[in-house]
Design a protein around this ligand. Structure first.
Ligand code: NAP
Length: 247
């Protein structure tokens, strides 16, 4: 059985190892935007496909039996393309979406739909902001007038002059996060609802320091797409499919 694994996440790297180890022919796909990306084991291809049509062509050309979308919850374009392409050619698709974060009683969380809505709300909640939303969407915060610290894996191009940048890649510990919040006198945090443990420590740190958090909601998944929440469920799905008579 041949599987295309759309990646760029820790879960996708884990899946590449597990599925390859189980004898599945896996090709991992990375967008190729991050320098020094952590590369999964096994066969890897890098770069866009050229939209849904290009992806459908690639799937046909490489005789792919199933597609696993294990991309980040905010990578909505590739997910929409995977849905459209697999529908067009009748290839099974499974989306892995880790659970979003859930507030605890002491949390002061404010949910918004977009980065622009987060920027609009920000001045009501604090004066020194910490943005942990990656590079995309940073520009929306350029006009808040607040002192702003932004953390990204790679520097935005062009490099913004209106904020202080930290370049770092998770996972981050609670000590890391409390130190950043304290050292920079942060009084409001902005994050996307990425979910997962690798970047959750900032939420615990904010709770412990009594700092409000603005959370940007995930984009919706395509209606009717098959979705699971864990790596184990993906492995089960692939094993079932690989033993079915049609593959
Ligand atoms: P996106 O907006 O959904 O995708 C933009 C375009 O990049 C897609 O249309 C596709 O180009 C290409 N692409 C994206 N993921 C790809 C993949 N795994 N393999 C091949 N092409 C891919 O995605 P994004 O938000 O820029 O994220 C890019 C990658 O970074 C994703 O793989 C994602 O898992 C990872 N990532 C994203 C975030 C985030 O916050 N967005 C965080 C951590 C990791 P074509 O249309 O030309 O095929």
């Amino acid at each position: 059985m041949k599987v295309l694994l759309l990646g760029g996440t820790g879960e996708a790297r884990e899946l590449a190892g597990l599925l390859s180890g189980a004898g599945v022919d896996v090709v991992s796909s990375l967008a190729g935007r991050t320098t020094d990306a952590r590369v999964p084991v096994g066969e890897v291809r890098v770069g866009g496909f050229g939209g849904a049509g290009g992806l459908a062509g690639w799937l046909r050309e490489h005789s792919v039996d199933a597609v696993i979308d294990a991309t980040h919850p905010f990578a909505a374009n590739i997910t929409a393309n995977a849905f459209a392409a697999t529908r067009e050619i009748g290839t099974p698709l499974l989306v892995l979406r880790r659970l979003g974060w859930i507030a605890e009683p002491d949390d002061d969380w404010h949910w918004v739909e977009t980065a622009s809505a987060a920027a609009e709300l920000l001045p009501e909640l604090g004066k020194r902001a910490f943005l942990t939303i990656g590079r995309q969407g940073l520009d929306a915060f350029a006009g808040t007038g607040l002192w702003t610290l932004a953390r990204c894996v790679d520097p935005p191009e062009p490099r913004p002059t209106w904020c202080t940048l930290i370049l770092a890649r998770g996972p981050f510990t609670l000590v890391d996060e409390e130190t950043i919040l304290r050292d920079h006198g942060i009084d409001v945090l902005v994050t996307k609802d990425s979910g997962g443990p690798a970047t959750a420590a900032k939420l615990t740190a904010a709770r412990r320091l009594g700092i409000p958090v603005i959370l940007i909601r995930r984009p919706p998944l395509p209606a009717g797409v098959a979705v699971v929440e864990t790596v184990a469920e993906v492995v089960q799905w692939v094993m079932r499919a690989s033993h079915s008579p049609s593959t």
